[in-house]
Write a protein of this length. Structure first.
Length: 85
């Protein structure tokens, strides 16, 4: 059994009939996470190349532009919503 949990403590339990299926699932999951992460990084680098100044969120490190409040707010909307929502 594999248990996945997020920062709120919500859990999803996955049961596999054998270890090979579990291993295959984990490999596919890791590959997908890496793909999504790389796409996000590439998008942020593209913004930076276009001359937009980027400002990191103090909590999660996500880069934001001036238009996204980067020069005014120290945290991104997602972190603000988690803390105050």
């Amino acid at each position: 059994m594999l248990v996945l949990a997020d920062e709120t403590g919500s859990e999803v339990q996955l049961r596999f009939s054998d270890e090979r299926k579990a291993s295959g699932f984990l490999l596919a999951l890791c590959a997908k996470l890496a793909e999504v992460y790389n796409e996000k990084i590439e998008a942020e680098l593209e913004k930076a190349k276009n001359g937009e100044k980027m400002y990191p969120c103090d909590d999660c490190g996500e880069l934001r532009s001036k238009d996204e409040g980067g020069t005014v707010f120290t945290v991104c909307e997602g972190c603000w919503d988690k803390a105050h929502g």
